[in-house]
Design a protein around this ligand. Structure first.
Ligand SMILES: O=C(O)C[C@@H](Cc1ccccc1)[C@H](O)SCc1ccccc1
Ligand SMILES: [Zn+2]
Length: 171
């Protein structure tokens, strides 16, 4: 399992670099990120969150948690002007949930773990999640869209959750 950075860790603000070659190191990182995502009960995870600053996202929106998706060097283009609110959470900001408005339909261009081109239009939760993960690769966290007051509350909440986890000796 890989340790997940917690807000407001400045490393989460690092801009991820493109992946040059899908070599064994990247393939190992992909496997480790998928395992870490499942363990943390997330439906998405960006490499930035595990302090690996490359343009790599893993996601799994399936019921049985058995169909992970891998996006390398992803590019996301909104397909609609109108934005919709969605109650977002983040593995790097545990126990904080709040509404964020995003375009509900986007085009994803990327390559997968086999170097195959991905070019598809998605909407709904998949569109929300890929935009949330893309933000991570650009050093943006969903709390950045909230008010200053909510950002302060989020910082306090994360501090408390991390203390409890330390006591439980979790992970
Ligand atoms: O990037 C992350 O931290 C994982 C995020 C992905 C996500 C954020 C907002 C909306 C959808 C997905 C979440 O922690 S995964 C937990 C979760 C699961 C179902 C719905 C919302 C959040
Ligand atoms: Zn997140």
């Amino acid at each position: 399992l890989l340790p997940i950075l917690s807000y407001p860790d400045p490393r989460l603000r690092t801009i991820a670099k493109p992946v040059k070659e899908v070599d064994d190191e990247i393939k190992t990182l992909i496997t480790d990120m998928i395992e870490t995502m499942y363990d943390a009960e997330g439906i998405g995870l960006a490499a930035s969150q595990v302090d690996q600053h490359v343009q790599l996202i893993v996601m799994d929106l399936s019921e049985n948690k058995d169909s992970p998706m891998v996006f390398i060097n992803p590019k996301v283009t909104p397909l609609v002007e109108e934005k919709q609110p969605y109650e977002e959470g983040c593995l790097s900001v545990p126990d904080v949930y709040d509404k964020v408005e995003r375009p509900n339909k986007v085009r994803i261009e990327a390559i997968d773990e086999n170097g195959q081109v991905i070019d598809k239009e998605v909407e709904g939760l998949l569109a929300v999640c890929i935009q949330h993960e893309m933000d991570h690769l650009n050093g943006v966290i969903f709390v950045d869209y909230l008010s200053r007051l909510k950002q302060t509350r989020a910082r306090d909440k994360v501090r408390k959750v991390l203390k409890v986890r330390e006591k439980q000796g979790e992970r």
